[in-house]
Design a protein around this ligand. Structure first.
Ligand SMILES: *Cc1c(COP(=O)(O)O)cnc(C)c1O
Length: 459
């Protein structure tokens, strides 16, 4: 026997368990109920590859695989403890759902009567429950009565309203309201993509009623007002209130015998004014001031699932619902169920985080700080999600070494802190109190790893 052959026979890679044997392990057979065959085969070959590269002894392959299978779930999305103090965190999926909404999601995940009247056995209108909950949440009195419609998200609501009401006509909008919402999403581009033409009036900081009046003409198909959600212009500013735009639309109708729809995008989805957020517009006030239709996202301040909410005069909403585009933008049963439950259920996590008692936040931070041996510092939270820019939410954070942040992010549970000013700040505002123990444990484990890493590098 040549030495090369005996070398091959001794090659530890030959002892790596075979795919079929690993897939036949009882734990893997059992896991087929919750994980696909393809995913399991992927896990098997990943572990085998690591053994082939010498990162794992062949004898360790089975135990490593069983660990990987046990900790793997069918979704790769990982729950994160939001320790940033930013309530509506876009990168963390905006609003966490209320207990009632989660229950509704599970209940509606099977067959449900979303378009069926169980009493008559006849087909019924889709999303009646969500519609009624929206109407119950909005006390606005409008001519001809109020109606509501739910679509996929805020952007879809805007697309539907501008397409169905303005068509290829001209929409008048203030230059102070042509905003980019985030990740390069520009409202004017979205509206232009529907075929409507934007007629910009006024300047960045000041727009007057006369600017709108001067622009209204035979080409005009509607008036649009957009809440510039994520930025604020301070100083020498003026904007035209909805009541004035209503008066202009009414005057136009008197003269031309044709209405000018007044579309108002409030963005964040407050139903009624919140004293904690004095500059944030709300749906009810916008409707009472004269909007034909108002729209907002379901997963910002409303604290529900991703959805676009349209509320308005019954005639206008029905026009939107009849437009062919409404079918392409319609919300699914899970959204309808979670939205209704958000409105009908107890306080949402968003509302709890916004109105958290600073003294309680301080107590919780001090407990965590004491356990971690770290100081507690004053820390301002934020509304986030393009809402109420510049409104600080007074609170507290535990100040930890900056190097802890990457370890917290990949820990179990994953924790997202705020990195600021050379420190890793852990703010408890958006962490459910029932998770304080898990958070403390994650911080302890991360500190331990940071400590051993420092020793490993000799410093
Ligand atoms: C957030 C926002 C949108 C977009 O809503 P999505 O739900 O993210 O699609 C549109 N308009 C305004 C004013 C917003 O603040």
């Amino acid at each position: 026997m040549s030495s090369a052959q005996s070398g091959a026979a001794d090659d530890p890679r030959r002892r790596i368990p075979r795919t079929d044997d690993l897939l036949a392990l009882p734990e893997l057979v059992e896991a087929r109920g919750r994980l696909s065959g393809a995913l399991l085969r992927g896990l098997v070959s990943e572990v085998q590859d690591r053994a082939r590269r010498g990162e794992l002894p062949p004898e360790g392959v089975q135990a490593e695989l069983l660990g990987a299978v046990a900790s793997r779930s069918a979704t790769s999305l990982r729950p994160v403890l939001n320790a940033t103090g930013v309530v509506v965190h876009t990168n963390l999926g905006r609003a966490p759902l209320s207990a009632a909404a989660v229950e509704a999601l599970i209940a509606s995940s099977g067959y449900v009567d979303v378009e069926m009247d169980l009493v008559t056995g006849q087909r019924s209108k889709r999303g009646t429950g969500a519609r009624e909950a929206l109407l119950a949440a909005c006390p606005a009195e409008v001519p001809g009565g109020l109606d509501a419609l739910v679509v996929n998200n805020g952007a879809a609501a805007l697309v539907l309203a501008t397409t169905a009401l303005a068509g290829a006509g001209e929409l008048i909008v203030s230059r102070g309201e042509l905003v980019e919402i985030g990740a390069g999403f520009r409202l004017p581009d979205l509206i232009a993509s529907t075929g409507a033409r934007l007629c910009e009036v006024g300047t960045t900081n000041r727009t007057h009623r006369a600017d709108y009046a001067g622009a209204i003409g035979l080409e005009t198909a509607g008036l649009l007002k957009v809440h510039p959600s994520n930025f604020r212009v301070d100083g020498f500013t003026s904007a035209v209130p909805i009541t004035d735009l209503r008066a202009l639309a009414d005057a136009y109708e008197q003269e031309h015998g044709r209405g000018l729809p007044l579309i108002v995008d409030v963005g964040s989805g407050l139903f009624t004014a919140d004293p904690a957020l004095p500059d944030e517009p709300d749906l009810t006030s916008a409707l009472e001031a004269g909007a034909d239709v108002v729209m907002a996202s379901g997963d910002k301040l409303l604290g529900g699932p991703q959805a676009g909410i349209l509320l308005g005069r019954a005639e206008t909403i029905q026009r939107l619902a009849r437009h062919p585009l409404a079918r392409a933008l319609r919300a699914d049963k899970l959204t309808l169920a979670a939205l209704e439950a958000t409105l009908a259920g107890g306080p949402t996590p968003v509302s709890q985080a916004l109105h958290a008692d600073p003294r309680r936040l301080r107590q919780r931070a001090e407990r965590l700080g004491a356990a971690a041996g770290a100081p507690v510092v004053a820390h301002e939270g934020r509304v986030g999600g393009g809402g109420a820019p510049g409104v600080p939410l007074a609170g507290w954070a535990v100040r930890l070494p900056e190097g802890l942040s990457p370890l917290l992010r990949v820990g179990h549970p994953a924790v997202l802190p705020r990195v600021h000013d050379g420190a890793c700040l852990v703010d408890l505002r958006c962490v459910p109190e029932s998770d304080d123990g898990r958070l403390a444990e994650a911080v302890r484990a991360a500190l331990e790893r940071l400590g051993s890493a420092d020793q490993g590098t000799g410093g």
